[in-house]
Design a protein around this ligand. Structure first.
Ligand code: SF4
Length: 335
């Protein structure tokens, strides 16, 4: 771990000083020799908060947190079946800023910004600029929800919805709470893991006072991502009455073994978070080297079922284009 890395208390400062320089990152981790193996594509640059880097092991090129953020030459390879829009989201985009794929839920791409760039991200080619729910389309979005009475839940996503200011986020909460049919607001976010201070007092108070049920689905792939400070902030969110769930992406050579998955579930639970989904990788262009054979994933899952109580075993799923739900993986397929 990097003890000398200075982490600001203020989340806004942390967000504005994330590491974007490859040389700085490699120097901090004493891994300058990796420079020649790294390729940083212009559409999806290096981006990693210092608090996340502080959880990495110095001198370890295989650190599971580093592997998630360090660009790799393999991202340039064009591999058959790995495409820019693996979930065909463009086909479910009735208006700017809104995705409607699942019957009772819509997803708002509140922002294109993330605190961290995860190299396997399925939205790394998504055209956020053309798809932000800016004030000019806000009324269209509200109208759309009003006209679709089956919608009772709105998912704030992105990018990362917690990378916007509290002021902007609270505006969205006000708008959504004013729509009578909405019972649940969900936030999909990686920020509580990569900059835990983002769960600040004002945010937790606002969420706790919502008339809607608030669900926060964090994204954490490895137990090392949850240090003491991260756990404390998550526990505060739980104490504020927020339902906390986690989704993990199954990543080759990062979290594809039983010890790592079991440790993650236990660490999450200790921090007040229930494991929710274990996703097989979305087949995004540039991400093929993270993918795991389905059979290996199922074998791992059986081991997880045997090792952990049921409430600590996430659902093993894959998201497929044009399926109105996450598809459970048939664990008997190779039996
Ligand atoms: S935080 Fe989420 S949306 Fe942002 S790059 Fe990572 S996986 Fe993608």
């Amino acid at each position: 771990m990097i003890n000398h890395l200075i982490i600001q208390k203020n989340w806004q400062t942390q967000l504005s000083t994330v590491i974007t320089s490859l040389d700085e990152l490699l120097a901090l981790l004493k891994l300058e020799h990796l420079r020649a193996d790294v390729y940083v594509p212009s559409h999806f640059v290096l981006r990693v908060p210092r608090a996340f880097v502080a959880k990495m092991r110095v001198g370890d090129a295989n650190d599971p947190l580093l592997r998630q953020v360090l660009p790799d030459k393999k991202e340039q390879l064009a591999i058959s079946g790995y495409i820019a829009d693996p979930l065909a989201e463009n086909a479910h985009n009735p208006t700017k800023g809104l995705l409607h794929k699942y019957q009772s839920r819509v997803l708002l791409t509140v922002t294109g910004a993330c605190a961290i760039h995860c190299r396997y991200c399925f939205r790394q080619h998504f055209d956020y600029q053309a798809n932000l729910p800016n004030p000019s389309v806000q009324d269209t979005i509200i109208d759309y929800i009003h006209k679709h009475l089956e919608i009772d839940e709105v998912i704030l996503s992105g990018g990362d919805p917690l990378s916007v200011s509290n002021r902007r986020l609270f505006q969205w909460l006000d708008i959504l709470e004013a729509i009578a049919q909405i019972t649940t607001i969900r936030l999909h976010t990686r920020l509580p893991v990569v900059i835990p201070e983002r769960l600040d007092e004002a945010l937790l108070e606002r969420l706790a006072s919502s008339r809607c049920q608030i669900v926060m689905v964090i994204h954490c792939n490895h137990a090392n991502e949850i240090d003491e400070l991260t756990a404390q902030h998550l526990q505060r969110a739980r104490a504020a009455g927020i339902t906390l769930l986690n989704q993990t992406v199954l990543l080759r050579d990062i979290n594809d073994d039983i010890q790592t998955q079991a440790a993650l579930s236990k660490r999450l639970f200790a921090a007040g978070v229930l494991p929710y989904y274990l996703h097989l990788l979305d087949k995004v262009a540039g991400g093929a080297h993270f993918d795991l054979d389905e059979r290996a994933a199922i074998e791992l899952y059986w081991a997880l079922l045997a090792k952990l109580p049921g409430y600590l075993v996430p659902k093993l799923v894959r998201e497929l284009p044009n399926r109105p739900f996450k598809v459970p993986i048939d664990v008997y397929k190779y039996a």
